[in-house]
Design a protein around this ligand. Structure first.
Ligand code: ADP
Length: 573
């Protein structure tokens, strides 16, 4: 029997599936042929099958390195149900229990052995590995090995060395859902993959309609309420940035949605019995969280308002919409959360609500977010730069006027054919649809505004005497973006006047321009590298790498605004 036929047979026998999904068969065949692989596939695409099927066909044991102890038991139970002998070793077991599992594996009674990366450092495990034939090492969440990845884990750095020390080198298969070019290169180098077959698949989900809406913070809750009220039979997830917000929004939805439904004449006897929305976050008791999850999964409550704690391991295929009440900090996070819509393949909508203050908040959080005590100062700095880069890409998603499907798949490193993409007409790739492909945009010339902002960033670094002359060399470090806008708009606010900023030559220069426009332009200039936000104790506006362009005689600067969006229902054409 060929490897391919054997693999298909195992897929059918153990999992009951008739065919491989895109990408799976190539990876399975390579592993069976003894070649290392790197599989980059989104969550839910079916990475596990890619190493589980070869593990059933190869002699000896396959070791699966996975960072999440909590998911090991689920995986092992599911494999046992399918008739595949699997086990895990982790800190929840006594040393005796661990010894028993290792003995079984050595005797060939375990085909897949799940361990956390830290385990590889223990002497006991090294002894085991030295005397047990290991055919395959599968590394799940392989991006954790990269300092450029979102979730760097220093314990992953030991994997390459562990493999190199084995008496016989097994096939090594690495999997991840996140891999930009740089992370991919790191995975190959750090794990010591040999001429690996790299497969990147399926980041575009053509049943999802992507929608980006810029909305003031105070209008967001009303937008969400009205969306939910007009989709009464659908189930949805609303992601918020903080625990407090989830509770406040769930409570407000439970009042307003019913009012809106009554106003539109919907009969709601049945709905009055159950709330419309339930909050979910990591600060709730496990019982309350389980209850919320059950209510949502069983359709008793149609909407869950959650932090990013919600989702991992929750299997609900008919989620019709995912609304982000705030901008997440990376495309990876957004894609993973939004991707919980439409798992059943039916048309679903992913809406991101954002505004400039989301950006300010996210930038501020970057500075305070030191989450890994094991990192050296240098690693922390790399981590910070990396997070900033990811945040900029997320901001780019909010601002782009290009096809949102294309933006996202390109970000994940898939090549997308270029398409002239006239505005108001869909990009050929945009099968599920997106706001940008359904919109026409107005272009506004904001060259003068941009110049004035740039000048002001310079001006506020000096002090001025009563005649408006700079008194000395640069005095200040500069100001935050809110202050820059206030100065340009000629604000009479106490802190502006008290600091003598009304004597600065830029004061009041944009008094006639709406405040929101000044903010928008300033923010876009930061994204474009004309300005930069220097993150110290307080975020301060400084000059970016392209700053000199603003004083060039031919400088021209535009912003785009959606002029009209054709309303179109979600889904495939
Ligand atoms: P990932 O690890 O990429 O997040 P999983 O391996 O957990 O994804 O697979 C997601 C779901 O898809 C699982 O329910 C799995 O059984 C199912 N699946 C995987 N491969 C196939 C296939 N070839 N045909 C049908 N369903 C599949």
């Amino acid at each position: 029997m060929t490897d391919n036929a054997a693999a298909l047979g195992a897929l059918k026998r153990y999992f009951g599936y008739d065919s491989f999904r895109p990408g799976q068969s190539g990876l399975v065949e390579s592993i069976l042929a003894g070649r290392d692989v790197l599989g980059v596939m989104p969550t839910g695409a079916g990475k596990s099958v890619c190493y589980q099927i070869p593990a059933t066909l190869l002699p000896g044991v396959s070791v699966v390195i996975s960072p999440l102890i909590s998911l090991m038991r689920d995986q092992v139970d599911a494999l046992a149900d399918a008739g595949i002998p699997a086990a895990f070793i982790n800190t929840t077991q006594t040393p005796d229990e661990q010894g028993m599992v290792l003995a079984q594996a050595t005797h060939g009674d375990v085909k897949l052995l799940y361990v956390a990366p830290e385990r590889l450092e223990t002497e006991r495990f090294r002894d085991f590995a030295a005397r047990t034939p290991i055919s395959l090492i599968a590394v799940d969440e392989a991006h954790c090995v990269s300092q450029w990845g979102q979730d760097f884990r220093s314990s992953y750095l030991g994997i390459g060395e562990f493999i190199a020390a084995l008496p016989v080198r097994p096939v090594v298969a690495a999997f991840t859902a996140t891999a930009t070019e740089r992370v991919r290169r790191d995975i190959v180098a750090m794990l010591g993959l040999r001429n690996p077959q790299v497969t990147v698949t399926g980041f575009d989900r053509d049943n999802l309609y992507f929608d980006v809406i810029k909305l003031e913070t105070k209008r967001k809750a009303a937008w969400v309420a009205s969306y939910i009220a007009s989709h009464p039979d659908e189930s949805g997830i609303v992601y918020c940035a903080t625990r407090k917000e989830t509770e406040a929004l769930a409570a407000s939805l439970n009042q307003t949605v019913l009012v809106l439904r009554r106003a539109s004449g919907t009969k709601i006897e049945e709905q009055t019995a159950n709330p419309v929305a339930v909050a979910y976050h990591g600060g709730m008791s496990p019982e309350a969280r389980n209850q919320a999850q059950r209510d949502f999964v069983t359709d008793r409550i149609p909407v869950v308002v959650a932090t990013n704690a919600f989702g991992m391991g929750i299997d609900k295929s008919n989620v019709r919409y995912v609304i982000h009440h705030n901008m997440p900090d990376s495309i990876e996070a957004y894609y993973q959360e939004a991707g919980r819509a439409g798992r059943d393949g039916e048309s679903s909508r992913c809406t991101l609500l954002w505004n400039e203050s989301d950006i300010v908040t996210r930038r501020r959080l970057l500075d305070t977010d030191y989450d890994n005590d094991r990192m050296t100062a240098e690693q922390q700095e790399i981590n910070r730069i990396n997070k900033r880069r990811k945040l900029e890409a997320m901001i780019g998603y909010c601002r782009t006027t290009d096809c949102l499907h294309v933006y996202m798949t390109r970000y994940f490193g898939e090549t997308v054919p270029t398409d002239p993409h006239e505005k108001g007409q869909s990009h050929a790739v945009c099968k599920g649809g997106c706001t940008n492909c359904n919109s026409t945009f107005a272009t506004l010339d904001v060259t003068d505004v941009a110049r004035a902002i740039s000048r002001c960033v310079h001006d506020v670094m000096y002090d001025y005497d009563e005649q408006g002359r700079p008194t000395r060399m640069p005095m200040r470090q500069g100001l935050g973006s809110g202050k820059i806008v206030a100065v340009l708009r000629g604000s009479r606010a106490q802190d502006v006047l008290a600091r003598g900023l009304d004597r600065c030559p830029s004061y009041g220069r944009l008094a006639q321009t709406p405040e929101a426009r000044v903010r928008d332009v300033l923010s876009q200039m930061t994204t474009d590298g004309l300005l930069t936000i220097c993150e110290g104790r307080l975020p301060i506006v400084g000059f970016g790498g392209r700053a000199a362009e603003t004083v060039a005689p031919d400088f021209h600067y535009e912003i785009k605004r959606i002029e009209r969006t054709t309303s179109r229902s979600t889904g495939r054409r």
